[in-house]
Design a protein around this ligand. Structure first.
Ligand SMILES: C[S@@+](CC[C@H](N)C(=O)[O-])C[C@H]1O[C@@H](n2cnc3c(N)ncnc32)[C@H](O)[C@@H]1O
Length: 218
């Protein structure tokens, strides 16, 4: 593991140990807000099926998993440490979601099984280094079942240096990094995935969200 990856992971472990969600101005604690946008985004590209096994990268306390898990067979939620994964298990169990498997980020390549139908992620890729993102795509692409794919959201802000490898820190302490459409094409090619489509939303005055749909090659 190189120094930028190690340092990004340790920032996030610290943020979670310091109650990131409870202190964050947008989340304002661990609560049942949103999550529906995850379902909507997936259904832009693929129908959700009961038999699906889904991986959520950066599951946090389980906000989107709460909506997703009742619709599918199993959700594997990856996050940085036991602190946040325990919160996710407790949050989801208290809401009768019992098909959630917590996975530590540092062990995902071993602990996520083969036969994954969908890899999903929202508000996470912008907080990781490019190498961490490439690593997730490379390893999880190999675990996809035939017809499987990725539906993942990326941030793109104006005036940023897209070539920058690592993420600078924003006011909140989280790293923030932009991805251009062509960098997403490279990401798909690097993981030997078929780049199917991007769907782009203007989410604030100065932020685009690219929803990428990449599929396992036939
Ligand atoms: C802004 S939160 C979003 C959480 C959740 N997706 C949501 O929308 O509520 C970013 C999440 O990514 C997690 N994260 C950071 N680095 C990660 C990594 N290398 N692998 C997996 N998750 C990571 C953080 O711990 C945090 O839970």
């Amino acid at each position: 593991m190189d120094d930028t990856i190690r340092s990004n992971l340790s920032v996030w472990k610290r943020l979670q140990d310091e109650n990131y969600f409870e202190n964050h101005p947008c989340y304002k604690g661990i609560s049942d807000f949103g999550g529906q946008e995850a379902i909507q985004a997936i259904e832009w590209f693929v129908p959700i099926r009961e038999q699906m096994k889904i991986v959520v990268i950066g599951c946090g306390y389980g906000r989107e998993t709460l909506r997703l898990a009742p619709l599918v067979d199993r959700v594997y939620g990856i996050d940085v440490n036991e602190t946040i994964l325990k919160k996710a298990v407790d949050y989801l169990a208290a809401r009768n979601v019992n098909n959630f498997t917590p996975v530590l980020a540092e062990a995902f390549a071993e602990d996520v099984p083969e036969g994954i139908d969908l890899v999903f992620s929202i508000v996470v890729m912008q907080h990781l280094t490019r190498d961490l993102v490439r690593n997730y795509f490379l390893h999880l692409a190999k675990k996809l079942s035939p017809g499987g794919g990725f539906v993942v959201q990326f941030l793109d802000e104006p005036g940023v240096d897209h070539e920058k490898t690592d993420a600078s820190n924003t006011g909140g302490g989280e790293p923030s990094i932009s991805w251009s459409p062509w960098q997403l094409v490279d990401l798909a090619r690097n993981a030997k995935l078929q780049f199917v489509e991007l769907r782009t939303q203007l989410v604030t005055e100065a932020a685009l969200w690219h929803w990428a749909y990449f599929r396992k090659q036939e």
